[in-house]
Design a protein around this ligand. Structure first.
Ligand code: HAM
Length: 426
């Protein structure tokens, strides 16, 4: 029987990977502009890292984690990371970075795992590009992250995303809101879904995040956290908004946005699209000023985001292929002598950065030209017996069909100067 991939897990094949690499390259370039450094953390962590940081009553911890027993430590459980923030914070604490330099700006790229129901834009293994700023409680850090994302989206040519903002308050002001919300929900408890009724007492804010139509109907008139913020939270939020206005980044306030993870406080945000159906969040994040301490580290603030690669690539669609790794040169050869001549020349050109394709077995010129066309090679260089005898090959530009003769002697230098390299190809 044929073995197939697991539901919700995808293969990325050539043709798609070029787009992914391009997006990752743009991300690395934009992160560098803002002085972020890459961090690589394990895919597998102890389960309690996630249950403690994301919250026991979140959908992720309750039902979406891939968890199994650690065969090496009796009673201990391991989980495939459902997100990156918890692991980054753990690494920051474990490496003692707060003692060396508490202000750190990290970014990461990689797969995350959640056992959600697969649908368009929603997978069980999905890739995130994420960023975490630790040791900064100032609103400038929040605004800078949003500007970074804005730069990233516009470099990719995505201009139709909306930025939704909210503030979730802090341990000073949230408890008052929480009890107001709870008494509001208790009055309409019979209209809530079973899940919300069960979780309501422990975490009433989760109800605001429920996608069940009956719950959304109830929460339409629920009190909003934004009306309960303490002065310090109001000032922080006002400054984030002012900095965005100053830099002309448009946003809308969404007072019902609570996010699906419990570590957030103060600023939260989502960049959404109306082009992906219900999975409309392309990037999301916010502040988590209590998380480092909750995980056993010093009282250090944090703010970050993660964006979903699959959703981003869906939005980009099939971009003009020209941007991606098409060959700069297709080396067409006829006859064994020409093949022997072409092999070291291809090598020398590749060493100079030119993307070169050539056949390993002899083929007719017609079939080689057809393949060069299919590969969208920018140039073809043709060498057969005649060309070897004359000491001159033919360089053909595939777009304009113009042809010129080029001396075979010193051809590498001559062509390397003319042809685009793999770097200029991107
Ligand atoms: P999140 O909202 O759970 O936040 O995920 C961030 C993004 O990952 C989403 O906006 C979406 O684009 C993508 N995503 C999430 N789940 C899936 C899925 N099943 N399939 C495809 N894409 C998905 C976090 O993960 C936080 N760690 C973000 C953060 C970083 N907050 C502070 N720092």
């Amino acid at each position: 029987m044929k073995i197939t991939r697991i539901r919700g897990f995808s293969d990325l094949l050539p043709g798609e990977t070029e787009t992914w690499q391009f997006v990752e390259q743009v991300a690395r370039e934009v992160f560098a502009r803002y002085n972020f450094s890459e961090i690589r953390i394990p895919i597998l962590e102890k389960t309690e890292l996630f249950s403690r940081s994301l919250g026991e009553t979140t959908d992720i911890v309750e039902k979406e984690m891939y968890t199994f027993a650690d065969q090496d430590a009796k009673g201990s459980m391991l989980t495939l990371r459902p997100e990156g923030t918890a692991g980054v914070v753990r690494a920051y604490i474990e490496a003692g970075l707060a003692q060396v330099e508490p202000m750190q700006k990290f970014y990461y790229l990689g797969p995350m795992f959640r056992r959600e129901r697969p649908q368009k834009g929603r997978f069980r293994q999905f890739y995130q590009i994420g960023a975490e700023v630790l040791g900064r409680k100032d609103p400038v850090a929040d605004a800078e992250l949003l500007l970074l994302l804005n730069d990233f989206f516009s470099t990719l040519g995505l201009h139709d995303l909306s930025l939704e903002l909210n503030s979730l308050g802090c341990s000073e002001c949230r408890p008052r809101y929480r009890s107001e919300l709870l008494s509001f929900l208790q009055q309409t408890e019979d209209k809530l879904c079973e899940n919300c009724r069960r979780r309501m007492e422990r975490n009433p804010l989760r109800v605001l995040d429920c996608k069940e139509p009956s719950c959304s109907q109830v929460t339409k008139n629920a009190p909003c956290i934004i009306d309960y913020l303490c002065q310090a939270c109001q000032d922080h939020f006002a400054e984030v908004k002012r900095l965005l206005e100053e830099t002309k980044v448009a946003y809308i306030i969404n007072p019902k946005m609570v996010r699906g993870l419990d570590y957030y406080g103060r600023t939260t945000f989502e960049w959404t699209t109306n082009r992906l159906g219900s999975q409309n969040a392309v990037a999301a994040g916010g502040r988590y000023d209590g998380l480092v301490k909750d995980l056993g580290g010093p009282a250090v603030a944090g703010v970050g985001f993660a964006l979903g690669m699959e959703r981003l690539v869906l939005l980009l669609g099939v971009e003009e292929e020209s941007r991606f790794n098409r060959p700069g040169l297709y080396l067409a050869w006829m006859g064994k002598a020409a093949g022997d001549w072409a092999f070291p020349v291809a090598h020398a050109l590749r060493q100079r950065g030119v993307v070169v394709e050539m056949e390993g077995e002899e083929k007719s010129l017609k079939s080689q030209m057809r393949r060069a066309d299919k590969l969208k090679a920018q140039y073809v260089f043709i060498v057969g017996e005649d060309e070897l005898n004359k000491g001159k090959g033919i360089l053909r530009h595939m777009g304009s069909k113009e042809q010129v003769e080029v001396d075979l002697k010193g051809v590498e230098t001559e062509l390397a100067g003319k042809l685009p390299t793999s770097k200029t190809n991107l």
